[in-house]
Design a protein around this ligand. Structure first.
Ligand code: HEC
Ligand code: HEC
Ligand code: HEC
Ligand code: HEC
Ligand code: HEC
Ligand code: HEC
Ligand code: HEC
Ligand code: HEC
Ligand code: HEC
Ligand code: HEC
Ligand code: HEC
Ligand code: HEC
Length: 266
């Protein structure tokens, strides 16, 4: 979708061989309609050639100064090109304010990300928005660049904005239970340490740890599997009828003799 148009004339030969140019000669050259070569620019402009040399990317490799600046004052005042001259047709190229992000066209891939934006990101990323809308949470109303701030590709720490539930929890732990773009959809593996649950379920944690029954050695998530709030059936692990059938008929609830899962011998 690249369109390269060099409507203007290339200025050639103004300085063939010459290194110095007096103002008088300059004025004269311009007035006479002489043409500038890309190599001439550096004689009067230092920053742009420096930037391009350092991080010009495709604006160094695929185009030259005069492909973009097709004329020069005083001959023409209007010499700043429009991005759309060469970039058109994709959703990304239909955005407004290219230089809001590509703040220096001489270093096109050095992108600054304005705060509080979402729409422009969607010109390239769609999966994350789909996730945010599939499982609506308070993150759905947070702009992409409120989290992915400052520079493109930055991954924020959850703890930039939230306190952990339990001491010592780091980003990796948060992401074990939460997905960034669907944070309410909590899932976890069976071997996750019970300490991660303890911050919110202190009573259950204390009861279980104090118990002398063998359940005390199990992690919470060994029983409460995969999805938060799941309650397991005793029979799932111990079989439908661990005791004589007649006994189960008389006492249908395990809890009638075993107390609770967290404290069996009560
Ligand atoms: C002899 C010195 C000289 C050379 C060589 C020169 N420029 Fe300039 N350039 C100037 C001056 C002086 C101005 C300011 C002119 C004005 O504002 O009227 C300027 C202004 C500009 C501007 C800014 C215009 C604006 O609207 O702000 C651009 C872009 C530019 N030059 C690009 C180039 C490019 C590209 C080349 C090489 C092809 C080049 N110049 C070669 C002296 C030079
Ligand atoms: C891909 C197009 C493109 C190329 C290639 C390019 N420029 Fe520019 N240049 C621009 C645009 C767009 C602006 C206006 C930037 C802005 O509005 O902040 C600009 C601004 C300028 C300016 C005025 C502002 C400044 O930074 O001082 C100068 C001088 C300039 N360019 C010189 C050059 C020179 C010299 C080269 C080659 C070494 C060059 N440009 C190559 C697009 C280009
Ligand atoms: C004179 C034509 C021209 C103009 C004007 C122009 N570009 Fe480009 N730009 C190119 C070409 C050619 C490429 C390379 C495209 C490719 O390889 O498919 C490119 C590539 C880029 C890239 C990718 C750089 C890389 O190294 O991969 C960015 C970002 C970019 N342009 C932004 C801009 C922005 C922003 C503007 C306006 C300020 C602009 N361009 C104006 C010709 C231009
Ligand atoms: C909200 C910020 C933002 C805006 C606004 C923006 N861009 Fe980009 N652009 C980016 C980011 C981020 C990348 C990806 C850079 C990377 O791959 O590292 C990019 C990549 C590019 C590329 C190279 C990749 C490709 O898809 O070809 C070009 C060319 C480009 N932008 C041109 C433009 C033009 C032209 C405009 C205005 C119509 C514009 N951009 C507006 C942020 C922006
Ligand atoms: C022009 C297209 C383009 C635009 C616009 C763009 N991105 Fe990207 N983004 C990319 C590409 C290409 C990659 C690298 C490949 C990948 O990981 O998908 C990337 C990667 C990322 C990454 C992942 C980095 C990693 O470590 O995996 C994040 C986060 C990101 N972009 C966020 C954003 C946000 C937020 C915005 C809006 C402010 C945005 N992007 C705008 C093209 C773009
Ligand atoms: C509440 C903060 C937050 C918001 C809002 C957010 N993200 Fe993310 N995003 C993250 C975190 C944290 C990760 C790292 C996830 C991981 O490593 O599993 C991430 C990962 C990504 C990635 C890397 C690939 C992937 O999917 O894991 C991209 C691309 C991305 N986000 C784009 C976006 C876009 C686009 C938006 C807006 C529609 C957005 N994000 C909104 C926090 C956020
Ligand atoms: C840039 C700040 C920011 C970052 C980074 C961030 N969040 Fe949030 N998060 C928020 C805001 C704002 C809310 C809404 C708070 C409120 O209204 O009380 C929120 C809410 C939540 C909620 C409650 C959702 C609901 O709908 O009730 C969860 C869970 C959550 N975040 C988890 C995370 C996790 C996990 C991470 C890392 C992957 C993370 N957050 C990264 C800002 C952030
Ligand atoms: C063991 C799994 C697990 C881990 C690890 C975990 N969370 Fe949570 N988080 C949850 C559960 C479960 C909820 C409560 C959901 C509910 O109320 O139904 C929750 C709720 C939240 C909320 C909503 C507000 C609140 O406190 O109720 C935020 C914010 C949050 N977590 C952030 C984090 C951050 C940040 C980390 C990492 C430091 C993290 N979580 C680690 C499981 C976990
Ligand atoms: C951020 C706090 C938080 C974390 C972390 C957390 N939970 Fe919860 N959990 C809650 C809340 C809030 C409820 C709902 C309580 C209610 O309804 O009384 C709940 C409910 C439950 C229930 C269902 C209770 C019922 O009566 O139906 C179970 C089971 C449960 N959590 C297990 C766990 C396990 C296992 C972990 C660790 C893997 C964990 N929780 C981590 C906050 C949390
Ligand atoms: C996720 C599987 C699982 C679930 C659900 C489960 N248990 Fe267990 N239970 C175990 C394991 C593992 C042991 C230890 C076996 C061993 O070490 O021999 C155990 C041991 C026991 C014991 C022997 C205790 C001891 O200290 O000797 C009793 C009684 C028991 N379970 C009853 C129950 C009851 C009642 C329920 C429901 C409230 C239940 N279990 C739910 C896995 C489970
Ligand atoms: C052996 C399996 C097992 C283990 C291990 C286990 N639970 Fe439970 N949990 C259950 C069962 C079964 C119930 C349903 C009530 C009952 O029968 O005792 C339950 C009920 C709950 C409830 C809701 C009722 C209440 O007591 O508040 C919460 C919350 C809970 N468990 C959290 C936890 C946490 C946190 C851990 C780890 C510290 C944990 N559980 C360890 C099996 C288990
Ligand atoms: C009428 C009382 C009663 C009921 C109801 C009952 N149990 Fe038991 N259960 C016992 C007694 C007493 C023992 C101890 C037997 C022993 O030490 O040999 C026991 C032992 C067990 C053991 C440990 C077996 C071993 O070999 O160590 C498991 C597991 C168990 N029961 C599971 C269950 C489950 C699951 C239920 C509900 C479906 C249930 N029980 C219902 C009284 C009961």
């Amino acid at each position: 979708m690249m369109r390269l148009e060099n409507g203007g004339r290339r200025w050639a030969g103004l300085l063939a061989g010459g290194l110095f140019l007096t103002t008088a000669a300059w004025t004269q050259a311009i007035a006479g309609g002489s043409e500038l070569l890309p190599g001439d620019c550096i004689k009067c402009h230092d920053q742009a050639p420096l930037d391009i040399a350092k991080a010009g990317g495709a604006h160094k490799e695929k185009v030259s100064c005069v492909d973009c600046h097709v004329s020069h004052p005083p001959k023409s005042k209007d010499i700043i090109p429009k991005c759309s001259t060469c970039h058109a047709d994709t959703p990304h190229f239909k955005l407004q304010g290219c230089v809001g992000c590509h703040s220096n066209p001489h270093t096109p891939l050095v992108v600054t990300i304005p705060s509080g934006i979402t729409e422009p990101c969607l010109s390239c990323h769609s999966k994350q928005m789909t996730e945010l809308q599939q499982e609506v949470s308070k993150h759905t109303a947070v702009a992409c660049s409120t989290c992915h701030r400052e520079r493109h590709g930055l991954i924020p720490n959850c703890t930039d904005c939230h306190s952990p539930h339990a001491e010592g929890q780091v980003q990796k732990d948060c992401l074990t239970c939460h997905k960034a773009h669907m944070p309410k959809n909590v899932t976890y593996p069976a071997d996750i340490s019970s300490k991660n649950c303890a911050g919110c379920h202190a009573a259950a944690y204390e009861t279980l740890k104090k118990s002398t029954a063998k359940h005390a050695k199990l992690e919470c998530a060994t029983c409460h599997q995969e999805k938060h709030r799941m309650i397991p059936q005793c029979q799932g692990c111990h079989g439908a009828k661990p005791h004589a059938a007649a006994m189960h008929q008389t006492f249908p609830q395990c809890s009638q003799c075993h107390g609770t899962a967290h404290d069996l011998h009560k």
